[in-house]
Design a protein around this ligand. Structure first.
Ligand code: NAD
Length: 429
């Protein structure tokens, strides 16, 4: 008999039910009607399979003890171990990790990688912590996740404010716990301990592979196109470089300090040298300086968004003058802006497809580690291009067939792959 207590259980919000999770769920619900999957299977996709909260206590350099809340969420394990980054950020929450884990599931499935999606992080301000404090925090977090992460269970990677060094500490901690070197526990680690060549360039290079494929489908020659890249970091810096390598003209780039623009095309080597020496684009000589908002609205053929989320919104989508928008960052275009751009006939190359080069080469890193063999740069680049182009073609075809935006088509393709695996395996017990 249903009593008051049962009703309370029914209506209490789920622990991860907050803003970013709602966006992820809204996208799933929008895609489901086009995915033609069993309602019971769809229901399983709405929940993360595992969500872990741990407390990470460390001794600060001052001698004080401080405890940091930390998380690891695994959205779907049907296709294989889960895969996803670890971020150190003051905004990390169970909800954020759950949403990002769900997006990782669609991204891995879309690329046909044998992984589900995960995400984790520690709620902290990494800029306030010393290197020693970061190391102790990373090692304790890794130790707390014993039994949760593992080469066949869940394989972390770098994300916001984490890098090769963080992965090396995680790899070492896990290896010490199990008693032997286990490089396949993380990806994005230094080459000296089993990292892969071309991992650092993979996301930016993959972005340009997708742009090139889109240009072919649209009947446009990439060489000679004028490109603007927002974000000049690991993704945007490499994407700009790769675009120039294909004969495109990079007329503008931007970072947190603002944008630089030159109608004749930027001298990228000089821009890179300036940012390496000065820490930002600010003050770079001989070009026009614009704000980040202005940079996005300058005329160009391809606009690459490779900085952060929420950059193209309902407020500025109507003023963009690009012919193609490519999402190197996660979530740079809001749902409302997507609708405006679709209405204006500007294709958006969606994040789960366009920035999937990073996780794809992470997969190659894991495979190399498991096999104790190592591939060369050109081999990895060729394998990456094959994977990116294959995923692009499946998305493009579905979008034509069903008259969907590329984003909806990418979600549907990813969701269908996961649903097919759930159906084939059935529901345990
Ligand atoms: P990064 O820290 O190397 O670079 C970020 C760049 O954005 C920097 O140039 C920074 O100055 C700039 N930036 C920061 N705030 C800005 C602002 N307000 N306006 C304009 N520019 C700003 O980070 P990254 O690894 O290049 O990641 C960029 C995006 O790509 C993120 O959304 C990330 O989640 C996504 N992504 C990264 C990878 C990867 O392999 N690195 C993979 C998939 C997705």
């Amino acid at each position: 008999m249903a009593g008051a207590a049962d009703i309370a259980v029914e209506t209490a919000p789920l622990e991860w039910d907050a803003s970013l999770w709602r966006t992820a769920i809204a996208q799933l619900e929008q895609a489901l009607p086009h995915a033609s999957i069993d309602p019971g299977t769809a229901e399983r996709l709405r929940y993360p399979e595992h969500a872990t909260i741990v407390s990470v206590p460390i001794r600060l350099d001052s001698g004080e003890t401080k405890v940091f809340p930390a998380y690891r969420v695994q959205h779907s394990r049907v296709l294989g171990p889960t895969k996803g980054g670890v971020r150190f950020d003051p905004h990390v929450s169970l909800s954020e990790c759950a949403a990002l884990a769900m997006w990782m599931t669609w991204k891995c499935a879309l690329l046909r990688l044998p992984y589900g999606g995960a995400k984790g992080g520690i709620r902290c301000n990494p800029r306030e912590l010393s290197r020693g404090e970061l190391e102790r925090m990373t090692r304790r977090y890794t130790a707390e996740l014993r039994g949760i992460i593992g080469p066949q269970e869940d394989i972390p990677a770098p994300d916001m404010a984490t890098d090769e060094q963080t992965m090396a500490w995680m790899m070492d901690t896990y290896s010490m716990q199990v008693g032997h070197a286990t490089p396949e526990i993380v990806t994005g680690k230094p080459i000296s301990i089993g990292g892969s060549v071309f991992r650092n360039e993979a996301t930016g290079a993959g972005v340009v592979m997708v742009i090139e494929r889109a240009c072919q489908r649209l009947g446009i020659e990439l060489a000679g196109l004028r490109c603007i890249v927002q974000g000049f970091g690991k993704v945007g810096g490499i994407a700009a470089h790769e675009l120039a390598g294909k004969g495109a003209i990079v007329t503008g780039v931007g970072d947190y300090s603002g944008g630089v623009h030159s109608g004749d095309g930027l001298e990228l080597a000089a821009v890179e040298q300036w940012t390496a020496e000065h820490g930002s684009l600010g003050g770079f000589p001989g070009v026009s300086h614009v704000t980040n908002a202005e940079l996005l609205e300058l005329p160009c053929d391809v606009l690459v968004l490779a900085a952060l989320e929420g950059q193209v919104t309902a407020a500025n989508a109507g003023r963009l003058q690009a012919r193609i928008v490519a999402e190197g960052a996660n979530g740079p275009t809001t749902v409302e802006a997507d609708a405006v751009l679709a209405e204006r006939g500007i294709p958006v190359l969606p994040d789960i497809l366009t920035n999937a080069g990073g996780v794809t080469v992470s997969y190659f890193e894991w495979v190399q580690d498991l096999g104790r063999l190592f591939w060369g740069r050109e081999d990895i680049r060729t394998r990456l291009a094959e994977k990116m182009c294959d995923a692009f073609d499946r998305v493009w075809e579905l979008s034509e067939q069903k008259d969907l935006t590329l984003r909806s088509a990418a979600l549907v393709v990813g969701i269908r792959e996961v649903a097919a695996a759930l159906d084939a395996r059935g529901l345990f017990p």
